[in-house]
Design a protein around this ligand. Structure first.
Ligand code: ZN
Length: 457
């Protein structure tokens, strides 16, 4: 039967409306969202990993593959009460779209009114949810998506809230906040959240092998009492890589026909940069990049997925410079020297022991970094000179003096041991990613995700 002319024109108008919708500011619909956060990954960490990947490993970053789609935004991230932010405020702003005060998690500026997060909105829509990190799963970044506490240090409450909200996949370190004191944990309420999770139907795993074998719809992976190992040290542990965790997470969450929201964090880029440890920073950024590759492959197989890659803030004021110790020629950063590093500064400083002699310092540095520092340089480390010169910006014992002594060898400098106000990138692919262009405040990332899910409108 032929449609009558009036109905035909209505149908035509409707079709036109659908075609014009994106131009009118209505975001494209996404079934699922993968949000990836490189904690502490400013443009300089990204750039260092790009140089290392191309010049040492001979391959392009997966993040560059995403960026080349042309959807990249310049992102600023100031908090309500500070120009230099930290993970709790930054993640809360990304998760809720509200500019908040420092150190509170998932709370309005009054520090006591919970803000609804993108994960909670997805949950209300019947979607599955996940949080994955190499830091603690109770650390500020994952916490801000599924919990609400006055101060980020309240990780005991974060752990119970994450399970109470019913996040389907939780993976990372800091098992200590899931176990009672009697079992070697930090919980003062006597609860064993791992046991409770098992009763709620979670598969609970603690090693890379157990993770491989896990199946079902809910997964709690706790791989370390503290943070997971730095990537550079990981081979000595039974811990999975961030890419392995990402792959398993996507496999589990993709079972829900209503889609999912997941936040996957490279949590230790920040920690390595706090220690001014260039090799560990680059390796953890590359581990994050590998996880981005897993997400990108998923996004390509499931084009109705919005993939966003960003950071919460820059850490350390990292800078690669060109001049060497004995020449003013631009001789390039010491990538081949960085390549030889076998251990994180944590391992190295641990091996120095208490009050190390310059000889001991020279021996340990040579063993793990293949660098022969001079006796004079070893004395700077032994006396912890840099910390004495600027004790607030460089407060970790020995680490920053070591980093300063290594400057001429690695040709990597650090402005501070804390965060900086450096702007960031956000880039992505899939429906909604067309919004990731130009100049954005990190609070707008929430609006972009919410728009893509068409929730709460
Ligand atoms: Zn940090």
């Amino acid at each position: 039967m032929k449609a009558r002319p009036r109905f035909r024109s209505i149908a035509l108008l409707l079709a036109l409306g659908i075609l014009l919708a994106p131009a009118a500011g209505l975001a494209a619909q996404a079934k699922s969202i993968i949000l990836m956060i490189g904690d502490g990954m400013g443009p300089s960490q990204f750039g260092a990993a790009w140089l290392y990947s191309n010049r040492v490993l001979g391959r392009e970053l997966r993040m560059v593959e995403v960026m080349k789609s042309g959807r990249t935004a310049y992102v600023v991230n100031d908090a309500l009460d500070a120009i230099v932010t930290e993970s709790a405020a930054a993640a809360t702003q990304i998760a809720t779209g509200v500019r908040v005060k420092m150190k509170a998690v998932g709370m309005a500026p009054d520090r006591k009114t919970p803000l609804k997060t993108i994960l909670e909105l997805a949950k209300e829509k019947g979607m599955s949810t996940g949080l994955v990190t190499t830091s603690g799963i109770t650390d500020a970044t994952p916490a801000a998506f599924a919990s609400h506490v006055t101060h980020r240090s309240d990780e005991i409450s974060v752990a119970s809230q994450e399970l109470q909200v019913g996040v389907d996949v939780l993976m990372g370190g800091r098992k200590q906040f899931f176990l009672p004191e009697a079992a070697g944990g930090k919980r003062t309420d006597g609860r064993d959240l791992m046991d409770e999770a098992r009763k709620e139907g979670y598969a609970v795993v603690g090693t890379a092998d157990e993770l491989q074998q896990a199946n079902g719809g809910k997964l709690l992976g706790l791989f370390n009492m503290g943070d997971m190992a730095f990537e550079i040290d990981r081979s000595k542990t039974a811990e999975p890589s961030l890419a392995e965790m990402a792959a398993k997470t996507l496999e589990v969450l993709a079972k829900n026909p209503k889609g999912f929201f997941v936040m996957i964090e490279g949590g230790r880029i920040d920690h390595a940069a706090h220690r001014n440890d260039a090799a560990a920073t680059i390796r953890d950024t590359l581990a994050f990049d590998e996880a981005v590759g897993v997400a990108l492959e998923f996004q390509r197989r499931n084009p109705d997925t919005l993939l966003i890659v960003t950071a919460d803030h820059e850490t350390g004021g990292m800078a690669l410079f060109g001049q060497g110790k004995h020449s003013k020629d631009y001789v390039t950063a010491g990538l081949s020297v960085i390549q030889k590093a076998q251990a994180s500064f944590d391992v190295i400083v641990g091996e120095f022991g208490k009050n190390p002699t310059p000889d001991k310092i020279r021996e340990v540095v040579k063993k793990h970094l293949a660098i022969e520092i001079t006796v004079e340089e070893a004395k700077v480390v032994a006396n912890d000179t840099i910390r004495k010169l600027d004790p607030k910006n460089f407060s970790n014992a020995t680490l920053h003096s070591l980093a300063f002594v290594l400057r001429p060898y690695l040709r990597v400098g650090w402005a501070t041991q804390t965060h900086t106000a450096s702007p960031l990138f956000a880039f992505g692919s899939g429906p909604g990613s067309e919004e990731l262009v130009g100049f954005r405040h990190n609070t707008e990332l929430f609006q972009i995700m919410k728009g893509a899910l068409a929730v709460g409108q």
